[in-house]
Design a protein around this ligand. Sequence first.
Ligand code: C2E
Ligand code: MG
Ligand code: MG
Length: 301
Amino acid sequence: DHGADMDTLMRHADAAMYQAKSGGRDHARLFTPQMEEQQLQQLHLETDLRHAIERHELVLYYQPRIDARTGRLNGVESLIRWQHPQRGLIAPDSFIPAAEESGLIVPIGAWVIREACRQHVAWRAAGAGDIGVSINLSAIQLKHGGLVATLREVLRDFSIAPGLIEFELTESILMENVDDTIATLQAVKALGFALSIDDFGTGYSSLNYLCRFPLDKLKIDMSFVQNIHSSPQNLAVTKAIIGLGHTLGLTVTAEGVESAADAAVLRHAGCDELQGYYFARPMPQAQLAAWLAQTAAACVA
Ligand code: C2E
Ligand code: MG
Ligand code: MG
């Protein structure tokens, strides 16, 4: 039913296999014409992405991280966006997987690191002070092996205090090739950079390994944080994570804080840092500069 000749049949079988694999393997998928359309779109996306860096289409947005106790700015998280000439602004979830699959995440990730550090230095030069920046890393960047070299270059090219630059990794990244990962993270840490676990509580962290990673911070996943003021279960899990983090000597951040009520509960539970739409959305650098000027005198919490 799915092709009148061998080539078409094979191509369509391949499309179905591709979908089965991307669904986490161990699946069966029957070919549909939409699959081919999707694959074509994916291919176009990848071709366009190849030129995104040189065409200056990638931008970093920054979302403030707030000190839970003082309400003052602790730093910002850099979040990538793709300003596509035809499709408009594309969110990372729509192109990071393609970037990872094609290996383009390595040059893109290196660009993110340099751009975030350049911006950090530019803020200081503009009199905004030392604004710490956290940067999301992909598993491929750790596996690829060029990360430490990129970081050495960054330290050579920009005058930064590396302790103010923090790398965010998800649990699933950490749990792949644990020994290699620990070695790489130790090298990153030895250069003076800070490390945090992103989306904590959703992956498959082994608590045993957790102590072996040279970490500074846990970021509690949004799913536990949202509506914490009305969910005893979420509050219980969040309190346990905060306790675990503090016992291990780590700072704890809650992300996805969307209301004053949630912020108050988190502060009361002993969370150190808050991030979410309630304080500010991710925004381009110019808008952040205005936000900083406006909130410089006041506390936002
Ligand atoms: P993440 O690192 O966990 O980032 C948090 C995501 O939650 C961001 O989505 C942010 O905009 C969103 N967010 C922040 N506050 C709130 C809130 O109060 N409510 C809700 N509903 N959402 C909130 P975004 O920017 O679309 O990024 C999605 C993911 O893409 C990130 O999740 C991160 O894993 C990845 N990503 C972003 N930038 C990069 C990058 O430069 N490199 C890599 N490898 N991944 C990146
Ligand atoms: Mg993050
Ligand atoms: Mg997160």
